[in-house]
Design a protein around this ligand. Structure first.
Ligand code: C2O
Length: 512
């Protein structure tokens, strides 16, 4: 194994991903930020220096962080945050985790403004077909306003969006940091490949709100990986990717030599009112067998060529099956969650007279002193207490290794892409309406770390709680997490309480 060192500076920058200038928060002056590419088992050491005016924290989405929960980088849960002007070293190994993922700021909505990057882990025995080359394709929705401004508007009754709870609508999007906006930007993310080869495209939606629908004109794609789980190869014409999800697809450069449009379309079904994104069709270029300035046919921009009859459809995630999966173990620990967006109960000490997001009766806010690894440990540091008692409203404690069954009723009219930290979950079943004891399907269920829970549906997710620490389970839509759609599992506290957390991280709590 190898130890890989990185020196990162989080800084403010004016950028123009689609040609429109906007304030950004970035790592090392880049958007997307640096890619970490490593092998299974490697040690990763990242020295992060915070040069922005708020605290920050960097999260390694999907990684297990076994024994290093305090490097999970989740502000107000596993650390207080790196104070402005200070540094922190993340130090963890890539044990047991292989595939395509990403890292991002996990402090309020900071990643919306650009603190994102890819994280690729090569494995010796990954159960995927062979390929000749490997490309990373990061897609994201794009907001011309700074995210704290969007968030304020979201939280302001009668704000920009008219009624509370309406989502900030993206202005456009990017592929690998490049979008298009009218005539002010005509550049494209582009790749010149070799003809008659097979490429693995690692697709990551690093956006804040909407699904991105990815396709390459005139090509069928074969899905081989989802969220680090190798899947049985599945041919599709396009892939809809929820934010924070990843897919690897194989692209065969077997059509007529030429330049083809690569498309990342913002899925506008998420918009609950009549104010569509101004540019929902983001373009890039894949070319082979031609020189690297060849352009695809401009007349195809708005008229994508159709695939031959009998070609596969767009990805139906219910068809995804792990390549070496098995039945999930029987549950030994049961939880029930409802998802809702509503006004806080009257008399509640809410500071906003408007919609918040709730899991059961809890709306999470990092602004108050809630249970978390760090608040407990920081408290212990100040008053000597070793009492890790939880506020059960906010944390479910799992005291011994258990198979946790989460039954979730989404009572809201929106879809919510939920992510569990530190584990993958099996998707056992789901359907319309509320859960009323319906049967689940335990034949080789899909295993991943981020999944959409559609509006007005129930879903059952199951995971093996065997990784000590505080782990967030939350909607990845940045506005929803900020509005409180987050819950925590405190797994094996008798082990996490023994963690040797660097003292300076605890001390940073008094300054962040
Ligand atoms: Cu991608 Cu809680 O994170």
């Amino acid at each position: 194994t190898t130890t890989r060192f990185y020196n990162w500076t989080v800084q403010e920058m004016t950028g123009a991903p689609d040609g429109v200038q906007k304030p950004m928060l970035v790592v090392n002056g880049m958007y997307p930020g640096p890619t970490i590419e490593a092998n299974e088992g490697d040690r990763i050491i990242v020295n992060v220096t915070n040069m922005i005016s708020n605290a920050t924290a960097i999260h390694w989405h999907g990684l297990y962080q076994r024994g290093t929960n305090y490097y999970d980088g989740t502000a107000a849960i596993t650390q207080c945050g790196i104070p402005p002007g200070e540094s922190m070293v993340y130090n963890f190994t890539l044990e047991d985790w292989v595939g395509s993922t990403w890292w991002h700021a996990h402090y309020s909505t900071q990643y919306t403004d650009g603190i994102t990057g890819a994280l690729i882990v090569h494995g010796k025995n990954e159960s995927v077909p062979s390929y000749d080359g490997d490309l990373v394709i990061q897609m994201a929705d794009l907001y011309h306003l700074f995210s704290p401004v969007e968030l304020d508007l979201y939280f302001t009754p009668g704000g920009l969006e008219g009624t509370p709870g309406n989502e900030p609508v993206p202005d456009g999007g990017t592929i690998n940091g490049i979008g298009q906006w009218g005539s002010s930007n005509t550049s494209f993310s582009n790749f010149t490949l070799e003809a008659n080869k097979t490429y693995r495209l690692r697709l990551v939606n690093t956006g804040s709100f909407v699904n991105m629908i990815f396709s390459v004109d005139s090509h069928i794609l074969t899905v081989i990986e989802a969220d680090g789980t190798a899947v049985e190869p599945f041919d599709v014409s396009s892939v809809s990717i929820a934010i924070a999800q990843r897919y690897s697809v194989l692209l065969r450069t077997n059509q007529t030599a030429g330049a083809y449009w690569m498309r990342a379309e913002l899925d506008q079904s998420a918009f609950t009112y009549d104010n569509p994104a101004t540019n929902p069709n983001i373009l890039g270029i894949i070319r082979y067998g031609v020189n690297d300035s060849a352009m695809p046919d401009l007349s195809l921009v708005n008229n994508p060529p159709s695939l031959p009859d009998g070609s596969p459809d767009s990805l139906d995630t219910s068809g995804l099956v792990p390549a070496d999966g098995s039945a999930a173990p029987d549950p030994t620990f049961h939880t029930y969650f409802t998802i809702s967006m509503q006004y806080p109960a009257s008399g509640a000490s809410d500071y906003l007279s408007f919609f918040l997001a709730f899991i059961n009766s809890t709306s999470w806010t990092p602004l108050v002193n809630q249970s978390s690894l760090f608040s407990q440990i920081a408290k212990g540091a100040s008053d000597g207490s070793t009492n890790f008692d939880d506020d059960t409203q906010l944390v479910t404690t799992v005291n011994e290794v258990s198979v946790v069954q989460m039954i979730i009723d989404n009572l809201d009219d929106g879809d919510h892409p939920f992510h569990l930290h530190g584990h993958k979950f099996w998707i056992m079943g789901g359907g319309d309406g509320r859960y009323q004891g319906q049967a689940v399907n335990n034949t080789n269920p899909m295993l991943r770390d981020t999944n959409i829970i559609p509006a007005y549906t129930w879903m059952i997710l199951r995971f093996e709680a065997n990784n000590p620490g505080y782990w967030a389970f939350h909607c990845h839509i940045q506005w929803h997490m900020a509005a409180g759609l987050l819950f925590q599992f405190n797994v094996l506290p008798s082990e996490s309480s023994q963690f040797d957390i660097p003292q300076y991280m605890i001390d940073q709590c008094t300054r962040s």
